[in-house]
Design a protein around this ligand. Sequence first.
Ligand code: TTP
Ligand code: MG
Length: 375
Amino acid sequence: MRIIAHLDMDAFYAAVEERYTPALRGRPVVVGADPKEGQGRGVVTTANYAARRYGIRSAMPISRAWRLAEAARRRGEPEAVFLRGNYRLYREVSGRIMPLAARGADAWEEASIDEAYLELSSLGGFDRAEAHARALKAEIREQEGLSCSMGIGPNKLVAKIASDHRKPDGLTVVRPEEVEGFLDPLGVRVIPGVGPKTEEFLHDKGVRTIAALRAVDLAALTGWFGRWGEDLHRKAHGLSDSPVSNAWEPKSIGEQETFEHDTLGAGFVLERAQTLAAAVFERLLDEGFRAFRTVTVTVRFADFVTTSRSHTRRTPLTTREALHGEALRLLLPFLDARENPRRKAIRLIGVRVEKLLREDDLDRSPALLALEGTP
Ligand code: TTP
Ligand code: MG
């Protein structure tokens, strides 16, 4: 029997701000773009629970958040504080929480800056796992002054949905025999990978709850979603066998092209890069992956000197356009003095993706779900 826990910090960035700036405590706090008195562009990164009471949410335009905060202020409610965010501090705090979470677990996985999965199977029972989770929550509160929510279930999927079930400061335990009953009444959107577009599509088909999703037969789901339909079918049954691990699959997928003639023609090189990126993206999907975190470009000059440049993101990228954009960004300096001061002609270019993720690995950041690559 597997026992998996999922831990997710509550209103993480905003909670860290409150923790380190006592004057903020108890006040509505919004971390995100500069609201500029309602004229600001950009979005809310996160809001604490006091600000959420005003209707302010992650990913909402900051101008809208500002208007909601203004309306609350005019009603006589506490004024919200808007902060740009101190990402180094958040990473530092996360860097201290992760080892606490890892301690005593058979395996662990850092799923995002404020989320971790713990394999607790060797504890041998859900009661013990629950006690372990309580102790961990208390320890994080003592050491860091922060609260988190945890879910425990027979796999990562159920644990993740459970940790989100009662927030903030929640602990939800779903035993194997309770899985379907727990999932039944929940909206399809709680399933990792189901974002707004998929949700709307399913609603149009009359499918709102996981119980309803489970009643849809597999053939219909694969008809709607292709290969991803099979995943969805399994998820509706609360099934997942994704391992808890920090080890990324070492796999990479790449394509390269040697030009007919060595060239420095930007139009030509960038057009070939786009074609390579498209081919790499196709293969990525063909091999059953949905996303990647690292993009590498390779350039071989006419004199055979070969150089690579890579960039790894914290948040997985899921689209062809994102791959293309990243490849161009890495490639452009080779076309000018930045990486090519002697203006050497280019003989070959390559585009490669690494740190590949499958559907199951996407049980990760909600930031990603907003960008879902659903058909
Ligand atoms: P979440 O765990 O989604 O949000 P949260 O911790 O703020 O709130 P909750 O209590 O609901 O868990 O994300 C963790 C942090 O990641 C969050 O504090 C800010 C950051 N984040 C982004 O940078 N972009 C996003 O789109 C989201 C949703 C979060
Ligand atoms: Mg969180």
